[in-house]
Design a protein around this ligand. Sequence first.
Ligand SMILES: [Zn+2]
Length: 60
Amino acid sequence: MKCPRCQGFVIHDQIWSSTDNLRTLPILRCLNCGETIEDGIIRNRHKPELVNSLTAAKSG
Ligand SMILES: [Zn+2]
């Protein structure tokens, strides 16, 4: 996993939730620029692009 901003190395970290102070949220933190990425967002981006291959197979 690389930082989307600077392609730097990111590590697993956690932050305190802004809505619930008793909880922490898993995040990724860039060691290079300090960018923080919420884990939920990352999972959304990891969806395989099956739609494209299915659409391509149908065409024709
Ligand atoms: Zn970065």
